[in-house]
Design a protein around this ligand. Structure first.
Ligand code: AMX
Length: 448
C-alpha cells in the first residue's frame, strides 16, 4: 500500500511537475553563471562582516522571498493570497486555512495544487510516517526534563538510519540523481516529525500515549496525536504550520539546513542542523519566551494588586529593556513593518477568540510596544514578529506548555527548508564556503 501511494506522488510530483522543471532551472542557472558570473550584485562593508552578514546577498533561494516592508511571499504569493487560493481541508478554497500539504506542494513545485493532488500527498505522508522501533525506544527513554527541542533533534537524528540519500550516495549514485534520493528523505522527514513531536509532548506532560487518526490530514492527525480533538484547533494548527514553513534562506534555521546539506549530508542530518539553530532564543525559541514574559508580567502585577494594562505593560517593558534584555517577539533582522504572520494570527484570534483574556494582553502590548521600542532607540524594527502571537493562540485551546512551542515551529519549518534542499540538490549547488577574515586583515584594509 505504502509503495503504491508513494508511486502516485512520484507521478504527480516528479514526472509531471518537478521533472519538467529541473532541466529548465538548471539551464537558467548555468546561463547566469556562465554569461553573467562576474556581474557585481553588492558590496560588503566591515559592519556587515562583523554584524552577522546582514543583507549580504550570497545565497540562492527558490521557495520564498522576504521583503522588509511587505513580508514573506511563498513562491510569489503573500499569506492572504495563499489563504485565498490554496486547497483547504473543507475542500472549498478560501473556506478555512490552507492545508500544510498545500504549501508543501507550492514550495516544492511553485504550482498551486488541486485538492486531489493535496489529498494524494496527505496519503503519501501518512504512508511514510512509520517510525523505526529504535527511534520510539530512544525517544521514550529521554528524561522528561530535557528540553523538547533537544528531544526532537535527537529523535530526528536517530531516524537517519532510514536515509535513502545516504544509501544511494554510498552505493555510488550519480550526482544528477541526488535530488531524487533527497526527495525520498525530505518527504520522510516531513512525515515522521509529527509523531516524534507528539511522543515528546505526551511523554513530558501526559501519559505517553499517542493516538493517530490518518483519516484526517497532516495537521488534523498531528492534533489528535498531541491529544486535541477540537476542529477549531485543527484549523489553528493548519494556519500555524503553514505560516512558519519558510522565511527565505538567510534565517538561521533555513541557512543551517542549507549549509549542512551542502556537504551532502542527507536531509535528516541537514534538518537536524536547522532545528539546532531554531532552538535559540533569538530565533524559534522566542515564542516560548513571549509567553514566559507575559506570565512574569502577570505574576508581578497580580502580586502587587495591579491590573495588566497599557501602563503596567509599559512599566514592565522598560524594566526588561533597562536590564539589557530583549522584548521577545519584537524586532526582526529583515522586516521593517509588522510581520504579516503576526497579522494573520491576530485575524484568527479576532475571528475565533475575540474576548480571550491573553489575546487582549497581546493586543495591548501591540498598542504600546512599538512606541516604547522607538523611544528606546536601538532596534531597527520596533514591530512584532511571528512569535509574538503564536503562543497566545495555543494557550486559548489549553495548550499551555510553552516550553514546547518551538517544537511546533520545528515541525513546520521542515517543509520550507527541505523544499529548498530538494532544489539545492537538483540545481547542483556546491559546498558553501564563504571567506572569513581576521580582525588584523580588516584593520589592514582600513589603513590602506
Ligand atoms: N528588544 C530589545 N532590544 C532589541 C530588540 C528587542 N525586541 N530587537 C533588537 N534589539 C536590540 C539588539 O539586541 C541590538 O542591540 P545591541 O546593539 O546592543 O546588540 C539592537 O537592538 C539592534 O538590533 P537590530 O538590528 O534591530 O536587530 P538584529 O537584526 O540584530 O536582531 C532579532 C534581530 C530578531 C534577533 C532581534 O530583534 C531580537 O532579539 N528580538 C527579540 C527576539 C525575537 O523575537 N526573536 C524572534 C525573531 C523571529 C524568528 O526568528 N522567529
Amino acid at each position: 500500500m505504502a509503495h503504491l501511494l508513494s508511486k502516485s506522488v512520484k507521478q504527480l510530483v516528479r514526472k509531471e511537475t518537478l521533472a519538467a522543471q529541473v532541466p529548465e532551472k538548471q539551464k537558467s542557472l548555468l546561463a547566469l553563471k556562465k554569461e553573467h558570473g562576474d556581474h557585481v550584485i553588492g558590496n560588503v562593508t566591515i559592519d556587515q562582516c562583523i554584524g552577522g552578514a546582514r543583507s549580504v546577498k550570497c545565497m540562492v533561494w527558490e521557495t520564498s522571498n522576504l521583503d522588509p516592508e511587505e513580508g514573506i511571499r511563498f513562491r510569489g504569493l503573500t499569506i492572504p493570497e495563499c489563504q485565498a487560493v490554496l486547497p483547504t481541508y473543507s475542500g472549498v478554497t478560501g473556506d478555512g486555512e490552507p492545508m500544510l500539504e498545500s504549501i508543501l506542494w507550492l514550495l516544492l513545485t511553485s504550482e498551486v495544487p488541486t485538492k486531489e493532488q493535496v489529498d494524494s500527498l496527505t496519503a503519501d505522508l501518512h504512508a511514510r510516517a512509520e517510525l523505526p522501533e529504535h527511534v520510539k525506544t530512544l525517544v521514550n527513554s529521554l528524561p522528561k526534563d530535557m528540553h523538547p527541542m533537544t528531544q526532537l533533534i535527537i529523535g530526528l537524528n536517530a531516524c537517519q538510519t532510514e536515509s535513502q540519500f545516504a544509501k544511494a550516495y554510498a552505493d555510488g549514485a550519480p550526482k544528477t540523481d541526488y535530488h531524487i534520493h533527497a526527495l525520498e528523505d525530505i518527504l520522510k522527514v516531513v512525515a515522521v516529525l509529527p509523531e516524534i513531536a507528539a511522543m515528546i509532548y505526551r511523554n513530558v506532560y501526559f501519559d505517553g500515549i499517542v493516538t493517530k487518526d490518518t483519516s484526517l490530514d497532516y495537521s488534523g492527525n498531528f492534533c489528535r496525536m498531541l491529544g486535541y480533538d477540537d476542529p477549531s484547533f485543527d484549523e489553528l494548527m493548519r494556519l500555524y504550520l503553514c505560516i512558519h514553513t519558510d522565511h527565505e534562506g538567510g534565517n538561521a534555521s533555513a541557512h543551517a539546513t542549507h549549509l549542512v546539506g551542502s556537504t551532502l549530508s542527507d536531509p535528516f542530518l541537514a534538518y537536524s542542523g536547522g532545528l539546532n539553530a531554531l532552538a535559540g532564543p533569538l530565533h524559534g525559541l522566542a515564542n516560548q519566551e513571549v509567553l514566559k514574559w507575559i506570565q512574569d508580567l502577570k505574576n508581578k502585577f497580580e502580586a502587587e494588586g495591579k491590573p495588566v494594562n497599557a501602563d503596567t505593560i509599559t512599566e514592565f517593558a522598560w524594566e526588561t529593556l533597562n536590564a539589557k534584555k530583549v522584548i521577545p517577539g519584537y524586532g526582526h533582522a529583515v522586516l521593517r513593518k509588522t510581520d504579516p504572520r503576526y497579522t494573520c494570527q491576530r485575524e484568527f484570534a479576532l475571528k475565533h477568540m475575540p474576548d480571550d483574556e491573553l489575546f487582549n494582553v497581546v493586543d495591548t502590548i501591540y498598542s504600546v510596544m512599538p512606541d516604547i521600542l522607538k523611544e528606546h532607540g536601538k532596534v531597527a524594527n520596533p514591530y512584532p514578529n511571528v512569535d509574538s502571537h503564536s503562543g497566545v493562540l495555543l494557550w486559548h485551546y489549553g495548550f499551555t506548555q510553552f516550553q514546547y512551542y518551538t517544537v511546533l515551529f520545528g515541525v513546520s519549518r521542515s517543509v520550507g527548508a527541505l523544499s529548498q534542499l530538494y532544489w539545492d540538490r537538483a540545481l547542483g549547488l556546491p559546498l558553501e564556503r564563504p571567506k572569513s577574515v581576521t580582525p588584523e586583515w580588516l584593520w589592514s584594509q582600513v589603513k590602506k
